[in-house]
Every structure is written in C-alpha cells, then in structure tokens.
Write a protein that binds this ligand. Structure first.
Ligand SMILES: *Cc1c(COP(=O)(O)O)cnc(C)c1O
Length: 356
C-alpha cells in the first residue's frame, strides 16, 4: 500500500533525492567508489560542498557578507554555540515552545537572558506579538516554525538588534529576506536532508566580538575559515542536501515551492475548519504551513483512537501529535505531495460520514 509520510522529523524526502543518494552510495560519480568510502577532501567531493553552498545562496537570495557552513551536532548544539559566540552581556529570546526554551536555557550560562514574551500559559498555541526587544541586547532569538505546536512566524521581522532564527523546520519553505537576519540555522532533517547535518547562515560582521575564549570546534570562525572542512563534515547528508537543492531549483525556486506549500496547508486547514469532528489547535493567524496540528472536537474526544486506526489502514504515517500535545499533527514539508494531503482529507471526510 502507498504510504503517506507525515512524519515530523526525520521526515519525507523527495524520492528522487533518495534514489540519487542511493546511487552515490553504490558508485559516486562513476568513480567505482562509494561516497561512504572517500575522503571528504577528495577532489570529487569539494564540488559537492561548493555547489551546495552556492545553491543555498541562490535559492535564499543570501546577500554579500554572509557565510554558509555545514556542521554536525544538530540545532541543539547551536543552542549553546550561539551564546558562546555572540552573548557578551545580554540576550533576548521569544518563548514559543520547547525548542525556544532549550535555546534559552543554554544562553543562561553565558549572560543575562531576557524572555521578551511567552505563550507558555496557552500551551504555545500562538506566537506572541506585543513585545519589546531590548535595544541593548547582543541578539534576539526566535524559532520561526514551532514544529510541536504548529505555529509559524511567516514574516521576516524587523529587529533593532541582530536577529537569530532557528529555522529547522521551515527553511526553504518560502522565499525570505535573509538581510533581516544576522544568523539562520537548523537541523537539516526536517525539510532538507537526512539527519546528521546542521546548516548555519551567519553574517560575518557578527563574529569575533565576544571577549571569552571560544573552543576551536565551537567557534564559527573556525568553520568559515576552513570551508566546513576543519574536521570531517557529515558527507552523506551534505550530498543529499545538494540533490534536494538542485531539485528545488529545478522546480522553479522558493516562489513555486511556497505556492505548493500554501495549497497543501489550505487544503488541510479548510477540512479541519469544515469538519465538525475536528478542531485546529493553533491560533488561526499563526498557523504553520509545515506542521498542522488538530484534535478531536469537543464531544468527539473518544473517537481519537478510531480515527488513528482508520488513518493507519489508509497508509497515513506519523500523524500522531507530539507526546507533549496529543491529538494529531500532519507535517506537510516541501517533499510531501498534495495527493497525500488529499488522502488525509478524504480520510477525515469518510470518518465524519461514519460518525455523524
Ligand atoms: C527538531 C528541531 C530542533 C532540534 O533539532 P536537532 O537537530 O535534533 O538538535 C530544534 N528546533 C526546531 C524548531 C526543531 O524542529
């Protein structure tokens, strides 16, 4: 049976990317060797890194003065590298969920940490909007897409201090104005590549300003100066990322990608809003296009397991909500075809017929 992969992360990748990766594992560039058994410094591999960086710059329209680097350690390692490299006195954070909290927790070890606003009391179902960013903060940190709660900041906000964004789960989902950010980072395993790769886009003028000693491996400058080759980078996920970036470009770039993502999100949200058995959990104005969260409507709570069962029978994978939230979460990343969203919508409609 065809599977509809709504996993939140690691998550769906385009079939073409998986096939190209499999081919490179068997025989990289017709070299007779697997990509798994060559040096990251091999003359064949350097062009992979170079082209991936070029495509980051091209697809995201990254202005001059920014570096793109590929690291290990996940977004979670960035939670500590950011304050290590940039927090001298004070940092500001917007608390929009678990990931934002984890980022803020690390900063506390390095200096004063200000939580400018939080939606915790509403279980992070919205993104706070009325807040003041302290103008004496070294940076302001946001999480643009809150993977667990299905909220998203879809505008590139203006910040009076350097803006740093965790875009683990919505990078490459829409065109954006990189010039509004001092740094953008994320784990690649949601919308770009297999697990193991972390991307960092950082404005060069932000670097070298803190007075503390930064261990070599945790210093962004090390990785910029060495072209992400100070130590062995995650070779295979970088290769998959390259294939995915080539595909995004062939699809017409992020303008086209965004149209597709809007169509998918509208299809599912419209059904959630129409179907009396279900209700969306995120505030309408903050609804994510990448992670769509919903629960059984009041009075129908006892049907949750039945719906899960029907969805399983129809090949839906990964629609169970995060353990801290419950209900359902359909992740609709770039690679998810609209046919899969339609299949879920059909499932919801049929379930309504069975139970109304
Ligand atoms: C998944 C996720 C993370 C954690 O990423 P790791 O690469 O596992 O450290 C951080 N932030 C957001 C928004 C995420 O979705």
């Amino acid at each position: 049976m065809k599977k509809h992969n709504f996993n939140a992360g690691p998550s769906i990748l385009p079939r073409e990317v998986i096939e190209k990766t499999a081919q490179a594992v068997l025989d990289f560039n017709g070299s007779g060797l697997s990509i798994l058994e060559i040096s990251h410094r091999a003359k064949d591999f350097q062009p992979v890194v170079d082209e991936a960086i070029e495509l980051f710059k091209e697809l995201l329209n990254i202005p001059e003065g920014y570096s793109v680097i590929f690291l290990g350690g996940g977004a979670s390692l960035q939670f500590c590298m950011i304050p290590f490299n940039f927090l001298e006195k004070k940092a500001a954070y917007l608390n929009t969920g678990v990931w934002a909290n984890k980022a803020m927790k690390e900063a506390k070890g390095f200096g004063e940490t200000i939580e400018v606003a939080s939606s915790k009391s509403a279980n992070y179902t919205f993104v706070p909007k009325d807040y003041v960013i302290p103008t004496d903060a070294d940076y302001f940190h946001i999480t643009t897409n809150n993977t667990i709660y299905g909220t998203e900041i879809l505008t590139d906000i203006d910040s009076p201090v350097p803006l740093i964004a965790d875009m683990s789960s919505d990078i490459f989902s829409r065109p954006m104005d990189v010039s509004k950010y001092a740094m953008i980072y994320g784990g690649a395993q949601k919308n770009l590549a297999p697990a193991g790769l972390t991307f960092v886009i950082v404005k060069d003028e932000l670097l070298g300003k803190v007075s503390r000693y930064i261990p070599t491996m945790l210093n962004y400058t090390t990785h910029i100066e060495n072209g992400s080759m100070f130590n062995t980078p995650p070779v295979l996920p970088i290769y998959s990322a390259l294939e995915n970036l080539r595909l995004l470009k062939a699809q017409g770039g992020l303008v086209e990608v965004e149209k597709n993502n809007i169509a998918k999100a509208n299809l599912l949200y419209n059904e959630i809003d129409r179907n009396p058995l279900f209700v969306g959990t995120a505030a309408v104005e903050d609804r994510s296009r990448m992670n769509i969260c919903f629960v059984m409507a009041p009075g129908f709570e006892s049907l949750e397991a039945d719906f899960q069962k029907l969805a399983n029978e129809r090949g839906m994978v990964g629609i169970k909500g995060h353990r801290s939230v419950g209900g359902f979460r359909a992740s609709t990343y770039n690679a998810l075809p609209i046919e899969s969203v339609q299949a879920l919508v059909d499932c919801m409609k049929d379930f309504e017929q069975l139970h109304k």
